[in-house]
Design a protein. Structure first.
Length: 367
């Protein structure tokens, strides 16, 4: 399966617990349905069943060379695992030894620790020593109003379109609270401290680090930290702010084309095509087009230099990531380690535990 689209999705979420074969099929179907060349599988931890996702993603990489890179997720503040700084570092080292391509972490996984806590220094020391890249989700859209708020205030037509109620689309949606501006500023300050202590850490902040409304500020941030990147995983505000000032958006994207990566933020169980279509219309046309999912008009950024588009579409991420060869033996050993820690999770179905053993068996068959 090869599409030669030039698009490599740097931010595709995966969820374990559905069975090994179903997991592998979902990964392949995500590429096929979107017509893209490959994807970076981001392992996330939402509940106990997601513990096994790292193992399954490593198997997908082993079975389909060149199609997938894998960013594993350490068990931080997670019962059953060694959550000391040394224990977390050991988990990351195991990912490196297995041939994972990077690390996925999120600020919510830090528990009550601030993001610049010395607790995380051993991990970021290792990241600097090895060049192991990280996708670090920090924060959220500032003051993102719940949709339901606007169901009660539909007369507020001065609201940005991405915040307005959309009849027939938002009627049954749950509220999506954002984050207070002062809380986000505190997170920004903590990240500055972290980066000043670890200037060589190759970190990608998704969703344009929630600075799409102030590209001058984001430019200054990237200039201060040359090892840092951002991705274009879409939250409604990114597209909205691009539409408000397409010329400034084009200028920013061309200037930082080596450090801005396309990512859909899809998962392997959802429709992967819609966001790819929006990306292509954004970068390959000069059309003004309406996107029902977002509720407002967008403006294509063409003419957009082909060289810059290729880098954003995938070349930049793959160069930064430097896909690593999988070590099936070490990956199988990681599965053994994982199984020993989840075998006594009462709320985790036995079938999920067996999946980890099956992955280990398949990996050993590759050796």
């Amino acid at each position: 399966m090869s599409f030669n689209s030039g698009i490599y999705d740097s931010h595709l979420h995966t969820h374990g617990g559905c069975g090994v074969d179903a997991y592998l099929r979902n990964c392949l179907d995500s590429l096929s349905a979107a017509g893209i060349d490959g994807a970076n599988l981001l392992c996330v931890r939402h509940g106990r069943s997601s513990c096994i996702t790292d193992a399954e993603a490593l198997l997908a990489k082993a079975l389909y060379p060149g199609k997938f890179t894998v960013y594993c997720h350490p068990a931080i503040d997670f019962e059953g695992f060694d959550n000391t700084p040394e224990g977390i570092r050991a988990q990351v080292q195991a990912f490196i030894d297995a041939g994972a391509d990077g690390l996925k972490i999120a600020d919510g996984n830090a528990g009550k620790e601030p993001l610049d806590s010395p607790m995380f220094d051993p991990v970021f020391d290792l990241i600097e020593e090895t060049g192991f890249p990280v996708i670090y989700h920090v924060g959220s859209t500032v003051e993102y109003p719940p949709r339901r708020t606007f169901q009660k205030n539909r007369h507020l037509t001065d609201l940005p379109p991405f915040m307005r109620h959309r009849p027939g689309i938002d009627d049954d949606r749950e509220a999506q609270p954002g984050i207070r501006a002062e809380v986000m500023e505190e997170k920004y300050a903590q990240i500055e401290n972290l980066l000043n202590r670890h200037p060589k850490a190759r970190i990608t902040f998704p969703h344009m680090f929630y600075m799409s409304n102030d590209l001058d500020r984001l430019s200054s941030f990237l200039d201060r930290h040359p090892a840092v990147n951002v991705d274009l995983t879409p939250v409604n505000e990114i597209y909205y702010h691009f539409a408000q000032n397409a010329e400034r958006a084009r200028e920013f994207l061309i200037t930082y084309r080596d450090r801005v990566f396309l990512g859909t933020d899809n998962d392997t169980e959802s429709d992967p095509l819609t966001r790819i279509i929006v990306f292509r219309r954004l970068f390959e046309t000069d059309e003004t087009f309406f996107v029902p999912q977002y509720g407002f008009d967008m403006k294509g950024l063409a003419p957009f230099p082909e060289e810059a588009r290729r880098k954003i579409y995938g070349e930049g991420f793959l160069k930064m990531c430097g896909p690593k060869p999988l070590n099936p033996r070490k990956a199988a050993e990681y599965c053994d380690y994982l199984y020993e820690r989840i075998r006594n999770f009462d709320e985790l179905p036995a079938a999920n535990k067996e999946e980890v053993l099956e992955v280990a068996k398949r990996l050993r068959s590759i050796i």
